[in-house]
Structures are given as structure tokens and as C-alpha cells.
Design a protein around this ligand. Structure first.
Ligand code: CO
Length: 188
């Protein structure tokens, strides 16, 4: 397991639609990639991470939603598609490819997503709240869309002047150099 560097805004792979996953072709490397993605998310405190955010051109993402008094809800979505959306929610959102930047984005309040899980089995997810938001955010990543492209025009215009400076700073960040925290229950 390893923490991987997260691609930042401005890196081309974030703005390219990812390739559909041929499950049998990737199943050997998949467990390693997924455990790295969950470890990376845990290290930086993220709720979701798309494969192209760690430089891998595959249509898959990992989601980890914190819950009170329960372990986090960890879900893998492979070749996900949103098949239903309803309602509307306008809430603050961030992205590991834009460290420290938060902005309000309008999303559907509820979504139904069809995907494959980490075993290659078809799953259907009905989500609302933060989970629904994370699914929409990650599926956007897989389509090559970053969250600031979803901002209202006025917010985008306000953000624009500070982006070049932020981009330069973000480029230098390398999460793979973070010191790994010992796992709870580990021997040492
Ligand atoms: Co993101």
C-alpha cells in the first residue's frame, strides 16, 4: 500500500474523459490500485477520489464517507453511470485536486447510480446527502469535468484571478511524501 500523488488542477489528465474499464483486463492490478486510493484519501481526509486524480486513465472511483459512531462507508464504483437524479442541493464542496479551495455547487439532491463493484459485480446505489454529492463529483471527474466548471458564472469569475497563483502552489504538492500514519490495531 502506498499514498499516491494527487494530480492538481491544470494537469491534463483531469480534463480528459477516462477510458471504460475492462474488468478482466485490470482485475490483477485492481486491489493494489484501490487500496492505494483509499490510503491516499485517508491520508488527506478526502471523501472521494477518481482514478484519473492519481494519474490512472480508468473509469473508476473510490468513495469514503465518514459516519458518526460507525466506520466510514467505503464504496468502489467501476464504469458508473447516473441513471436517475432528483431534487436540488446547493452546498459547499471541495476537491483533492484543488487543495484548500471550497465553493458552493448545485447538484441533484438524490441520485441512482449503476456501476460494478470491486469484485466486478453490478450494483445499484440510491444515494442522498453527502453521498449523492460525492458520487456526482467523482463521476464528473471520470467525465473529465472538475468541480469549478460547475460553479455559477459569477463565482467562476471571482475565482479566475487567483487561479494561476494557486495552480503554481498546488503543482508542488506531493501527497506521496506524506508520512504514513500507523493503522489502528497494527502491531507496532
Ligand atoms: Co474532486
Amino acid at each position: 500500500m502506498a499514498i499516491r500523488r494527487i494530480c492538481k488542477y491544470g494537469e491534463k489528465i483531469l480534463e480528459k474523459k477516462t477510458g471504460k474499464v475492462d474488468f478482466d483486463a485490470v482485475k490483477k492490478e485492481l486491489p493494489g490500485l484501490l487500496s492505494d486510493m483509499f490510503e491516499t484519501m485517508a491520508a488527506v481526509g478526502g471523501a472521494g477520489l477518481a482514478a484519473n486524480q492519481v494519474g490512472v486513465d480508468l473509469r473508476l472511483a473510490a468513495i469514503s464517507i465518514k459516519r458518526e459512531d460507525e466506520p466510514p462507508l467505503n464504496i468502489v464504483i467501476i464504469n458508473p453511470e447516473i441513471v436517475e437524479r432528483s431534487g436540488s442541493s446547493y452546498e459547499e464542496e471541495g476537491c483533492l485536486s484543488f487543495p484548500g479551495l471550497f465553493a458552493k455547487v448545485r447538484r441533484a439532491a438524490k441520485v441512482k447510480v449503476r456501476a460494478l463493484n470491486e469484485k466486478g459485480l453490478p450494483i445499484e446505489i440510491n444515494a442522498e446527502g453527502l453521498f449523492a454529492r460525492a458520487l456526482q463529483h467523482e463521476i464528473d471527474h471520470l467525465d473529465g469535468l472538475v468541480f469549478i466548471s460547475r460553479l455559477p458564472l459569477i463565482s467562476r469569475l471571482k475565482l479566475k484571478p487567483s487561479l494561476p497563483g494557486l495552480k503554481r502552489r498546488w503543482k508542488k504538492l506531493d501527497e506521496s511524501k506524506l508520512v504514513r500514519r500507523p493503522k489502528p490495531g497494527a502491531d507496532e
